[in-house]
Design a protein around this ligand. Structure first.
Ligand code: IMP
Ligand code: MG
Length: 182
């Protein structure tokens, strides 16, 4: 798959170290609590699996599928829940685990929903933060890396459902998506 890659932005060793540090921070901040850690599928799946094993707390796992993107590289601005939580979040500490905060629309929407459902606290843990893409006022409580305004793939992140299984975070060659978008 690396023939489609222009540049490796963040190597697997760096990712691993940053995810462990983030896990330690959550362990420290939520001492004595049992947070529900919500994986936003599919992009956060690999980050989630690594992060949870670095959190030394009795966390609950739950999963959501939301879509806002389609197959392109820019947000549609609409968020739809396609798979909802099993757990009731009322009175619970919720940590939304996401692959990347770009426009912020997805997490703005999900944070609001969790609060409406009565969660006592809602925090956001994201692997990547892309502040240049922001369209709504939201910030990640925990993040591993800030990335420039470029479309990235790997370690769970896709372009048209491909490249999620790349172990590093990479920038695609522009011609890979240039042919599909006008
Ligand atoms: P937001 O709602 O614009 O913040 O977008 C969040 C979602 O857009 C993420 O969960 C990703 O699935 C997708 N996304 C945003 N930027 C990228 C990127 O650079 N690569 C892959 N997916 C991205
Ligand atoms: Mg995606």
């Amino acid at each position: 798959m690396y023939q489609d890659i222009q540049e490796v932005l963040i190597r697997r060793e760096e990712i691993s170290n940053a995810v462990k540090m983030l896990g330690d921070m959550i362990t420290h901040d939520y001492k004595g609590k049992e947070p529900i850690m919500v994986c936003i599928l599919k992009g956060a799946s690999i980050f989630y699996a690594d992060l949870l094993r670095s959190v030394d707390l009795p966390v609950h796992m739950d999963f959501m599928i939301v879509s806002s993107y389609g197959n392109g590289t820019t947000s549609s601005g609409n968020v739809r829940i396609r798979r909802d939580l099993d757990e009731d979040v009322a009175g619970r500490d919720v940590i939304l685990v996401e692959d990347i905060v770009d426009s912020g629309v997805t997490l703005f929407f999900l944070s609001r929903i969790m609060k409406e459902r009565g969660a006592s606290t809602v925090k956001i843990a994201t692997l990547l933060d892309k502040p240049a893409g922001r369209k709504v006022d939201i910030k990640a409580d925990y993040f591993c890396f800030t990335v420039p305004e470029e479309f990235v793939v790997g370690y769970g992140l896709d372009y048209a459902e491909k490249y999620r299984n790349l172990p590093d975070i990479c920038v695609l060659k522009p011609e890979i998506y240039a042919s599909k978008e006008s």
